[in-house]
Design a protein around this ligand. Sequence first.
Ligand code: GDP
Ligand code: IMO
Ligand code: MG
Length: 441
Amino acid sequence: MIGAVLGLQFGDEGKGKITDFLSSRFQVSVRFNGGGNAGHTVVANGKKFKFHLIPSGSLRCETVVLGNGMVIDPHALVEEMENLRKSGCTSRILISKMAHVVTPMHKVLDMKEETVRSKLSIGTTAQGIGPTYEDKYARTGIRMVDLLSPDIIEQKIETIYRMKESLLKDTEYSDPARRHSMAGELNKVGVSLMPFMEYTELEIFRQYKAGKSILFEGAQGTMLDIDFGMYPFVTSSNALAGALSLGSGFPFRKVDYVLGVAKAYMSRVGSGPFPTELQGDAGNQLRELGHEYGTTTGRPRRVGWLDIPMLRYSIMMNDVDALAITRLDTLGLMDNIRVCTRYMKDGQEIDYVPRSFDELSQIELEYIDIKPWGAVKASDGGYSYQSLPEEMHRYINLIEERLGIPVDVISLGEGRENTLVREGSRLRNLEEVQQEHDRTL
Ligand code: GDP
Ligand code: IMO
Ligand code: MG
């Protein structure tokens, strides 16, 4: 089976948790976009893992791939790999030779650009993501494979420095000796990563031909997509399903199952429009109930109600087959619950998500109220759908009716065990098909 897990909101939907949960059914796990801006939390066997660069399927998949669409801080990667090994994980890690390198200079540039943006500052994660993608598209970027050649690193660092001198001239990188030492450090770490570097697109295809099941894990979410998100308050890469092909080389036509992950409410870190944002006491209550603080930066996340029109758009853009709804346990504890069902403009419903700030300020949101369902308890054998509270059933039915696709996965806590795959869902059926396939291999 070829599957994809994608975020449908502003990131932090719980993709890491869902990817890890599904990873027992997959042999290969692939990341294809973003870099250290991602923070994917997995809680397994009572232990918490935070993945930034390595796919969240690493705890159980045989092979994990960091695809060409990623931007990688090699020093951070080495640290993450060491931590993973210490926890006993033995998966084979492959890094695309064509992925781009985030240097310490890019992180400084990220912060400098934010100051220049002033009122339009994005609230980036300061992980050097934007500047690294800028260099990629300016064709001055450093690729992982370039780290093996001291001369090429030196040349590229000089080019990047000269192109961005106005931002860097009052930093440590204005000193040629510092640039030289950085090049040396990059070469050293690059050589240490050489055994893991591959033309990963070829390896992914080999694995596919060998009948292995492959899971693609998206970072960020649709509304942070550089083309279709709330530009300019977005990340610098594509987060949509289509990015999977360009960021790994694997054809999207071969993906059997796209699972869209959405929180039962919404959260966002950083600046930019957030139509259903909750201010005041209710916002504070939801933030505290959900411990909504960024995995990468620790910043408090902005929170709001579930936005059905936005989800409808994300489902369309990602060709989502089914939904995984996370944090239903958190939402149930609220004093009251609302869901945005329609965007209205001049008294008429609109069937799109405006991306112009003027138009966004003119829309009115229609909400319906839902009765909270309180705490959710699992019985000894885990959860059964029937045993979940009536009000939660109503919430899930509403999502399915309004969006026209099934909720295949229900997430009721941060651990693997707090997860339910619906009976009769396509995910269950696909698993049966896979088992049959494995038996006949
Ligand atoms: P990601 O970036 O999409 O992987 O999400 P993050 O890991 O940044 O943030 C999601 C947070 O919610 C993490 O702390 C998860 O452990 C947690 N989480 C995921 N699903 C659930 C759930 O169903 N219930 C609860 N209580 N926590 C969850
Ligand atoms: P995961 O994969 C939530 C946000 C930042 C900022 C904007 C641009 O964990 O869901 P960047 O550093 O990418 O230039 O920041 O995008 N952002 C995320 N928000 N989850 C993420 O990743 C994010 N990656 C970037 O907060 O608003
Ligand atoms: Mg996250």
